[in-house]
Design a protein around this ligand. Structure first.
Ligand code: CAA
Length: 297
């Protein structure tokens, strides 16, 4: 049973500019700890299917625009699932119309540099996802624009519905991507396409283009997307959790380290897997021609 964190629901859009500045920049002060029960969120839905947790952004009227409160809820759910031994992988999704149409423009439009700088605006977006040890798969239907595209790219795998649209339109608002768009998109699609998308703000990628570029690893009919994503998440969650975690860590180091340091890092983790019960079980099962029964230790 989760130890739940109750939110005092409020609409980000209803906030006047000054309150909006506070909600964008700071953790809400309305957190209240409750023992037992289910987590109570106002802008996301969470459910579990076996060892898979699904987080669905649920702010349909604003096309899942990422306001401060929505991100606090995402982060809270992610940290709960990361700490839950019964969960092996997380799926993050939105609606058929929008995964997320970006940071909430109405909420941030009147904020000022000095507050954004002092409070490290957008820093909290990346912190929890960056800390996640379990794999997260983004299931993207509809718009993944600006911060929505960046949120998908923070995940470990992206699956898309056929009508998904990926873009970084911030330049049209007089700003630039602020949650990884210039860095992760460039690594995913190469400099020329990333420049074209980010500098024009109008060149977007369809799902199939995103797959061609390697941004997305599979494309499905919109109505099949969640089911197919959960299937992959369940497959990952059925493996030994320690080796999944180590494999994720090693792949992520490919972005941070030079080749010899990365190979060294990988080899040490490979050696470390021999200290786990799951490695003994996995190799014994192979030798005995049976399915492994992983215990995630
Ligand atoms: N912030 C706040 N509200 C948003 C929003 C956003 N990013 N995107 C959409 N909405 C709201 C609209 O204002 C509208 O609300 P109202 O009904 O109250 O007017 C509602 O969602 C529906 O949107 P539209 O009527 O515009 O729907 P559409 O189908 O005609 O167009 C769209 C869809 C092309 C996605 C269009 O809404 C759009 O261009 N949205 C903005 C996309 C954008 O610029 N994203 C980048 C934001 S900046 C950012 O993300 C910075 C960063 O790097 C973190």
């Amino acid at each position: 049973m989760f130890r739940t964190l109750a939110f005092k629901p409020f609409s980000c859009q209803a906030l006047p500019a000054l309150s909006a500045t506070r909600s964008v920049l700071r953790a809400p002060t309305a957190f209240r700890y409750v023992s037992g029960g289910s987590p109570s969120y106002s802008m996301i839905k969470t459910e579990t299917q076996g060892r898979v947790a699904v987080i669905t952004l649920n702010r349909p009227k604003a096309l899942n625009a990422l306001c401060g409160e929505l991100f606090h809820e995402i982060n809270d759910a992610l940290s709960r699932f990361d700490g839950d031994d019964n969960i092996g992988a997380v799926v993050l999704t939105g609606s058929e119309r929008a995964f997320a149409a970006g940071a909430d423009i109405k909420e941030m439009k009147d904020t000022e540099f000095i507050d954004n700088y002092k409070n490290n605006f957008l820093g909290h977006w990346v912190e929890q996802i960056g800390r996640m040890r379990k794999p997260i798969i983004a299931a993207v239907n509809g718009y993944a624009l600006g911060g929505g595209c960046e949120l998908a790219m923070m995940c470990d795998i992206i699956y898309a519905g056929e009508k998904a649209v990926f873009g970084q339109p911030e330049i049209n608002l007089g700003t630039i991507p602020g949650a990884g768009g210039t860095q992760r998109l460039t690594r995913a699609v190469g400099k020329s396409k990333a420049m074209e998308m980010i500098l024009t703000g109008t060149v977007n990628l369809t799902a199939s283009e995103a797959q061609t570029y390697g941004l997305v690893s599979a494309v499905f009919p919109p109505e099949k997307l969640i089911e197919e994503t959960i299937k992959t998440a369940a497959k990952i969650a059925s493996k030994g959790a320690v080796s999944v975690q180590m494999a994720k860590e090693a792949v992520n180091q490919a972005y941070e380290l030079n080749l010899s340091s990365g190979l060294h890092f990988e080899r040490r983790l490979f050696q470390a897997t021999f200290g786990t019960k799951d490695q003994k079980e996995g190799m014994a099962a192979f030798s005995e021609k049976r399915k492994p029964n992983f215990v995630h230790k």
